[in-house]
Design a protein around this ligand. Structure first.
Ligand SMILES: *[C@@H]1O[C@H](CO)[C@@H](O)[C@H](O)[C@H]1NC(C)=O
Ligand SMILES: *[C@@H]1O[C@H](CO)[C@@H](O)[C@H](O)[C@H]1NC(C)=O
Ligand SMILES: *[C@@H]1O[C@H](CO)[C@@H](O)[C@H](O)[C@H]1NC(C)=O
Ligand SMILES: *[C@@H]1O[C@H](CO)[C@@H](O)[C@H](O)[C@H]1NC(C)=O
Ligand SMILES: *[C@@H]1O[C@H](CO)[C@@H](O)[C@H](O)[C@H]1NC(C)=O
Length: 539
């Protein structure tokens, strides 16, 4: 017994050090070298400084397969420290590679660092983006598409082809100008427009009449929810952020900041061009952007009007959100049905009610969660933990329910135990849409409601087939509830996906912990981990 354990341990350690992370031998490795630079781009007709990866805006798309091992060498040629984060990639046992300031030191200008992680048991439409210093407002983001392994069936007929749409709001101001405005205590203005794949209009997707195509749609914006639709065609929803959904038909779909949906579209119209339209939600005025769906060989241009979109209606969106449900008999990345995890039978051990507020600290606009407006310490939390460096953070300074009193700056870390099953209620006290993202996990988005959440609202939760996802919207003056099984040890960022709010403090970390040090629950620090802050002196 002891010997087996020792052998197991030995094997694990050797493998871990050989590959720097665990991987099955058959899983492919994909190597990338990405040079990140500034470059002039003019997506809205005005030249401005953008952030390019290998000269591209948006950055290069990653087309991968479940369980692929990613080796991505990022060369930072910006004049500011840089990190890239992999939105929705769970980084199992591996928050070391998550690419946020709570887990990693940023890559200094003029240097490079190589991310190594596995796309373990994940499938679907994801994205990556720079997580530091408002860089994302200037670019550096791109698609991260994960296809199924050849041995795993998908619960829909194989599409003839697929298209990726990165849709987002855009500002003509560069990221340093936007940052200066936020640092001065001003909110961001409305964006100047919307882009699809970096273009204000006219991006063209060409398909064959009679065939069905997969459209992968991600909201890569920094502030604005969008509605997506295609003239003359319905959308069959198949996947949301890694979960296969009931295949319902929609005329249009709302996609909030940081979220992804995948739909099938059958090209069964008459041969011509059709508008692919995206409009802003909950803004006045409404912004529109179009792309074209061209039937191959057609030369009949698309004709106005654009297909109609919902305007301000919040309830329309909330109702639609409730219709998106898991297909319990479909598999996801693994062959077992998604419904085999009966979250309705698991005891919630802790409820966190997290209220976001807009506030002023020292006369300047800040955003807070339960009265604490997050400030990044110089030392990543994960390194403080690893090297036992005191004075970086204190667990649970943030309360489990919203306290009264003014907000203060702080470094919020919620301490939890590995395998806790937790209910998190996101209470939005602002009259603005929110979008919340949790790194390292998917969670069940079980409820949406108006007004203030009370325990009574649990009766309204979807305890059967709620979507298992990584980003949830919270409507103005409303709440959303999620359930999450904290089975991934590490330090995980819970943040507003709305960039200015995150930048001004609407985020925190969840430390998922047990005292047993084992490579079976968490990988060791990468040998080449960058060290900074107080971690630098220790080593
Ligand atoms: C960013 O925008 C500001 C304000 O318009 C401008 O002064 C500055 O030169 C711009 N920076 C770059 C590098 O383009
Ligand atoms: C990245 O940096 C390492 C040294 O830290 C160096 O050996 C390697 O060649 C660099 N890679 C690239 C692509 O610049
Ligand atoms: C759910 O998935 C099953 C199994 O793959 C599939 O046969 C069925 O059509 C799906 N149902 C819906 C409503 O999407
Ligand atoms: C789209 O679906 C709706 C019902 O949800 C239906 O009324 C409409 O005819 C469909 N449109 C097309 C183009 O198939
Ligand atoms: C965008 O489209 C909607 C309807 O689709 C329309 O009401 C609105 O005026 C358009 N906005 C602009 C700025 O053209």
């Amino acid at each position: 017994m002891r010997q087996t354990q020792f052998l197991q341990m030995f094997l694990v350690v050797s493998l871990a050090w050989l590959g720097a992370f665990l991987a099955d031998a058959e899983d492919a490795y994909r190597y990338f070298t990405w040079t990140v630079t500034y470059g002039t781009i003019s997506p809205l007709g005005v030249p401005q400084q953008g952030i390019l990866i290998n000269g591209q805006f948006p950055g290069p798309p990653i087309e991968a397969v479940t369980n692929d091992n990613m080796v991505i060498d990022v060369i930072n040629k910006l004049d500011e420290p840089l990190l890239l984060t992999w939105n929705g990639i769970q980084q199992r046992k591996n928050s070391w590679q998550d690419g946020v300031l709570g887990t990693q030191c940023p890559i200094p200008p003029g240097t490079n660092w190589t991310y190594k992680f596995q796309l373990k048991d994940q499938i679907g439409t994801f994205m990556y983006f720079p997580s530091t210093a408002l860089h994302r407002a200037a670019g550096g983001f791109g698609a991260l598409n994960i296809a199924q392994r050849s041995v795993i069936p998908i619960p829909y007929p194989t599409p003839f082809g697929e298209f990726t749409l990165l849709v987002g709001d855009w500002y003509k101001s560069n990221h340093t100008a936007l940052r200066q405005s936020l640092d001065a205590g001003n909110p961001l203005p409305l964006p100047d427009g919307l882009l699809i794949n970096g273009r204000p209009n006219g991006f063209t997707f060409t398909g064959q009449r009679g065939q069905t195509y997969k459209f992968r749609v991600t909201n890569v914006g920094i502030a604005t929810s969008i509605n997506f639709r295609i003239q003359g065609h319905n959308l069959t929803l198949i996947e949301i952020e890694g979960s296969h959904t009931l295949q319902e038909e929609y005329e249009s779909l709302d996609v909030h900041v940081g979220q992804s949906v995948t739909v099938l579209v059958k090209l069964n119209g008459s041969p011509k061009d059709y508008f692919v339209a995206c409009s802003s939600r909950f803004t006045k005025p409404i912004f529109n952007v179009t792309a074209l769906l061209r039937y191959d060989g057609s030369n009949i241009p698309a004709s106005l009007p654009l297909p109609i979109a919902p305007t301000y209606q919040i309830h329309w969106s909330m109702k639609q959100a409730r219709t998106c449900r898991l297909n319990l008999t479909a598999n996801a990345a693994r062959p077992n049905p998604q419904g085999s995890y009966h979250y309705n039978t698991i005891q919630v051990v802790r409820t966190l009610v997290l209220a976001n507020t807009a506030t002023k600290i020292d006369g300047k606009l800040r955003y807070a969660v339960n009265g604490i407006s997050y400030v990044d310490p110089d030392t990543p939390l994960k390194l403080a933990d690893y090297f036992n460096i005191p004075g970086v953070f204190t667990l649970n300074t943030i309360k489990d329910t919203p306290p009264s009193g003014p907000a203060t700056p702080g470094t919020s870390v919620v301490g939890t135990t590995l395998h806790d099953f937790v209910e998190i209620v996101l209470q939005n006290t602002e009259n603005a849409i929110q979008s919340w993202h949790l790194d390292g996990y998917s969670f069940y988005a079980v409820g949406y409601g108006s007004g203030s959440w009370t325990p009574d609202m649990r009766k309204r939760y979807n305890m059967a087939d709620a979507i298992y996802r990584h980003t949830v919207q919270v409507y103005p003056l409303s709440w959303s509830a999620i359930l999450v099984s904290l089975d991934n040890k590490g330090m995980w960022n819970l943040r507003s996906a709305i960039l200015s709010k995150r930048y001004l403090g609407q985020q925190l970390y969840v430390r998922v912990w047990n005292n047993e040090k084992s490579l079976l629950t968490e990988y060791d620090i990468p040998p080449d981990a960058l060290l900074c802050g107080k971690a630098k002196k220790t080593s």
